[in-house]
Design a protein around this ligand. Structure first.
Ligand SMILES: Cc1ncc(COP(=O)(O)O)c(C=O)c1O
Length: 407
């Protein structure tokens, strides 16, 4: 019997996985050029150029760069006319920004459970969450995997709802051969530090709608309008602008993106093939309608019953000890966060009765994913070689064969 690393044995892997961010002299040169140009902010050419580049890449008509994905979500909701009293449907398994953006425009969050085999919003549970106050569906392309847009867009059409995509993790993701981001009214992407294209912080909002784009751009830039004077303000906007430094870095990151995306996809498919043969591990469902998965995360599902009842927490610790940088992801879904349990939506975090008691909300799939099932590997782990993927599989099998010492 091989001794587990967590019990003092030799780890399957002592060599690290690739680090993130990936950068080179190209970023330094791009940043130096911005410094030397003396144009660091709004009058620069790099922000508008990257807006065009990224919008074209995601097959959208307009791109509006902002200072974060969170900001992009808030601006999108505002420009969609969503405000106090409106309800927005959000999956329970996502980063807090998807829901806090809704709260920040004064609207109410209605959580819907996720599909156990995709971890994206479960369209079969969507209609039950619609009320007369529902204005929009905010699906998330979680991990870079497009949500089920056939079902979501159809439900939205039937109930006259807007669709705003949280594609914070979806650069290059495709649904039926069409890039995500502007499948509905609008979509957003994040360029925060952990993201597959990054400028440390940053985000973009995409849309095909001219009027929506003009309004969103105005919200981003202090309520200014195209053709207006500098000190002329038409709407309650803010300063959510991106700098030339960020846009310069984004261009370089984007230039090396496509081969990296391919590599992540190849390694993820290889892992799928190998892990599907490991007892107690379930891979996410394959779906031919997903013609490109961005793999911000590689997710697989852990079944502790097949590991002698070993908890997810202990499994992850054992895996990390074997040199595999896995994590259990979110500790709990959004409806279980203190923010929602306490409904701390009022001034200074006081509780507000919004007509939904999140303490009573039960979303078993999202709850199980957090507590028992979901295991994440970060995107940079997928930037290594196939033999490195074999180490991941070997470490899981090693734990599987030695669980009794951990129980
Ligand atoms: C699903 C999701 N939505 C929204 C965001 C917010 O993006 P940002 O961190 O750029 O504000 C993130 C980023 O972590 C995310 O993963």
């Amino acid at each position: 019997m091989t001794k587990l690393a967590i019990r003092g044995g030799t780890p399957v892997r002592t060599k690290g996985f690739p680090r993130w961010p990936v950068w080179s002299e190209a970023e330094i040169q791009a940043l130096t050029e911005v410094v030397k140009s003396g144009v660091w902010g709004i009058d620069g050419e790099r922000v508008p150029a990257f807006e065009k580049t990224f919008a074209a890449y995601q097959e959208a008509k307009h791109g509006i760069l902002v200072n974060s994905g969170t900001t992009a979500l808030e601006i999108a909701l505002k420009a969609a006319g969503i405000g106090p009293g409106d309800e927005v449907i959000v999956p329970a398994y996502t980063f807090v920004a998807t829901a806090s953006a809704v709260l920040n425009v004064g609207a109410i969050v209605r959580f819907v459970d996720i599909d156990p085999e995709t971890y994206n919003i479960d369209p079969t549970k969507l209609e039950k969450a619609i009320t007369i106050r529902t204005k929009a569906i905010l699906p998330v392309d979680f991990s870079g995997r497009p949500a089920d847009y056939d079902a979501i867009l159809e439900i939205a059409r039937v109930h006259d709802l807007l669709v705003i995509e949280d594609s914070a993790q979806g650069w290059g993701a495709e649904w039926r051969g069409k890039k995500v981001g502007a499948l509905g009214l609008a979509g957003i992407f994040s360029f925060q530090s952990s993201k597959n294209i990054t400028s440390g912080e940053g985000g973009i909002l995409l849309t095909n709608d001219d009027e929506f784009a003009a309004l969103a751009r105005s919200y981003m830039n202090c309520g200014r309008v195209e053709g207006g004077l500098w000190y002329e303000h038409h709407y309650i906007g803010g300063n959510y602008r991106m700098t030339e430094f960020q846009a310069a870095v984004l261009q370089v990151q984007y230039d090396r993106y496509e081969p990296m995306l391919k590599k992540r996809q190849e390694n993820a498919h290889y892992l799928d093939e190998k892990l599907s043969k490991v007892r107690g591990i379930r891979i996410m469902r394959s779906d031919p309608r997903i013609t490109s998965h961005a793999y911000h995360l590689y997710i697989f599902r852990y079944n502790s019953d097949e590991f002698g009842g070993l908890s997810k927490k202990k499994f992850v610790e054992a895996l990390q000890a074997e040199g595999i940088p896995a994590s259990g992801g979110y500790g709990y879904p959004l409806h279980k966060q203190p923010l929602f349990q306490k409904r701390a939506f009022g001034r200074k975090g006081t509780s507000v009765d919004v007509g939904v008691d999140y303490k009573k909300v039960r979303l078993p799939v999202a709850e199980k994913a957090c507590a028992e099932e979901a295991i994440w590997l970060d995107q940079e782990t997928l930037l290594s070689e196939k033999s490195d993927m074999d180490d991941i599989v070997e470490a899981i099998v090693k734990i599987q064969q030695n669980t009794e010492v951990l129980l």
